[in-house]
Ligand binder design. Structure first.
Ligand SMILES: Nc1ncnc2c1ncn2[C@@H]1O[C@H](COP(=O)(O)OP(=O)(O)OP(=O)(O)O)[C@@H](O)[C@H]1O
Ligand SMILES: [Mg+2]
Length: 265
């Protein structure tokens, strides 16, 4: 089971879009995929077309990580209604907020890891869609993860946030979880014609070296359309969707090939 947190310390840069894109790639490849919606806004649960019903949520699981609670918080994605595959979501809810505290006890920080130990045999790929902060929810997600996929945009503020994110991953690795590493940063919402974007991309390549995941993801209306109809991009028609899907396939391949990337490499 490969466990990856999708994070950025800045809001709205595309964490949920990337989570859904990689989940869609996993779905297309027949991987048993679980998306854990750490974000109190629950956008990933919406994008996965999950019916809440009587399901419990991530907040219940973090409060009481018993096997039965964990199972009751997992629901199938609507993506698999007419297509074979295993894509599940552990549902987000505003109640997740109560765990987004600046300080966690040692026991609390390992809680999501404890939860995933219970699910080890059930999934090939686990993606944790994180909120845009470095508080409790993100720390619990990272401590449960093998890798952190940082999402960023080609803008000044995002460059700074990416640097902070890499530093924070390295710190958590040293202080808490030796297996944790940054997978790298994927630059999202790139407009190829923008000179400012090109400048920021070059800047990030210079600053972060091979921690920048190539190629960047372009701004594409199809991603919004697919999200708007809660459909995986791999099932969305047209050339633009196909090209986006291929980039998410490449991102999944990078996750699976798992090349260790050390600080400063
Ligand atoms: N490559 C892209 N092309 C077009 N639209 C995009 C792209 N990436 C993200 N978006 C759009 O930008 C908005 C924000 O993206 P998203 O919700 O994925 O960001 P986020 O980092 O998860 O935000 P938050 O911090 O609120 O969780 C969404 O409407 C999404 O559809
Ligand atoms: Mg999000």
């Amino acid at each position: 089971m490969r466990v990856v947190s999708v994070s950025s310390l800045k809001g709205g840069v595309g964490k949920t879009t990337v989570t859904l894109g990689v989940a869609s790639a996993g779905f297309a490849r027949g991987l048993r995929t679980l998306v854990i919606d750490m974000d109190p806004q629950s956008d990933a649960s919406t994008g996965l077309d999950v019916v809440m019903g009587n399901h419990l949520t991530v907040a219940h699981v973090l409060g009481n990580p018993k096997p039965q609670t964990i199972r009751q918080a997992i629901a199938p994605s609507g993506w698999t209604k007419n297509h074979r595959g295993t894509v599940h979501a552990m549902l987000g809810s505003p109640a997740n907020m109560q765990f987004d505290t600046p300080v966690l006890t040692k026991r609390e920080i390992w809680r999501m890891e404890e939860v995933l130990a219970e699910l080890e045999a059930d999934y090939d790929l686990v993606l944790l869609d994180c909120p845009p902060s470095l508080n409790g929810l993100t720390r619990m997600a990272w401590t449960a993860s093998d890798r952190v996929l940082v999402v960023t945009e080609p803008s000044l503020f995002s460059v700074a946030a990416t640097q902070r994110a890499f530093r924070a991953v390295d710190e958590l690795q040293r202080a808490v979880s030796p297996r944790l590493q940054a997978l790298g940063a994927v630059i999202n919402r790139v407009r190829p014609q923008s000179i400012e974007h090109q400048f920021r991309i070059d800047e990030m390549r210079e600053m972060f070296g091979n921690r920048v995941i190539e190629p960047p993801l372009q701004e594409r209306v199809v991603l919004q359309q697919a999200q708007g109809s809660a459909t995986p991009v791999h099932l969305w028609p047209g050339e633009s969707a196909e090209e986006a899907a291929a980039l998410f396939d490449a991102l999944l391949a990078r996750i699976q090939s798992d090349v260790p990337i050390g600080p400063g490499n």
